[in-house]
Ligand binder design. Structure first.
Ligand SMILES: [Zn+2]
Length: 220
């Protein structure tokens, strides 16, 4: 059983101790996804409720968390999961890195959350006009070398983006969509813990795109 792995105990990461879910916390993949999308609908229509963001929530959650969703999103300052899904503290186990890249460390972070909290949904969230995707396109097309460690980002994104470089349409938009699908596939290929949860139907993994213009999240 995934919840019996006891990752927190083994690793001594008591900060991650699971707490019982509140009665309103979604417990199925369908309900969890519906909750995220309903929150996004509130946000983009200007009717955010800003749930679970008060001092009382801090105190309620101090003893433990029970997030109902994992998000792997881009570090872009405009793509904050709690804001665009209208959720709050304790709701989403966030993993953010430019280009929403799956690597071993990110996979470990996600596996920890799956094993410890058994959240029913995991969203790989890319977004329109992603700078990391654009930088990768530019590097491939120019043949240049990015400064510092930015090259590591580019090399991680290159296999996702190269196959769609010459497809019709906007190259960055094509790259954003291809990268979301690529990272979902990479996560599933690289994680037996995630695959097992999906096979057991306790976890649904979806790719999604955030639109910077409309604030809408669309499942791919
Ligand atoms: Zn981005």
């Amino acid at each position: 059983m995934l919840t019996g792995i006891g990752v927190a105990g083994v690793a001594g990461l008591t900060v991650g101790s699971a707490a019982p879910a509140a009665a309103s916390t979604p417990t199925t993949p369908g309900a969890a996804l519906a909750s995220l999308l309903a929150g996004n609908a509130r946000f983009r229509s200007g009717h955010s409720r800003h749930p679970h963001q008060g001092v009382a929530d801090v105190h309620r959650l101090a003893a433990g968390q029970h997030p109902f969703a994992i998000v792997l999103g881009c570090a872009d300052s405009r793509v904050s999961p709690e804001v665009l899904f209208d959720q709050g503290l304790g709701d989403i186990f966030d993993n953010r890195v430019a280009g929403n890249i799956v690597d071993e460390v990110v996979t470990g972070s996600i596996e920890y959350a799956v094993a410890e909290f058994a959240p029913p949904v995991l969203v790989v969230l890319g977004h329109e006009r992603c700078g990391a995707v654009a930088a990768t396109v530019e590097t491939i097309e120019s043949g240049g070398t990015p400064p510092g460690s930015i090259g590591a980002l580019v090399e991680a994104l290159r296999p996702a983006i190269e196959p769609v470089l010459h497809q019709p349409g906007d190259v960055v938009e094509n790259g954003v969509r291809a990268n979301i699908r690529y990272q979902v596939a990479r996560l599933l290929a690289g994680s037996a813990i995630v695959r097992d949860a999906v096979a057991a139907r306790t976890l649904r993994v979806v790719g999604a795109r955030y639109d910077l213009d409309t604030a809408a999240v669309t499942l791919l």
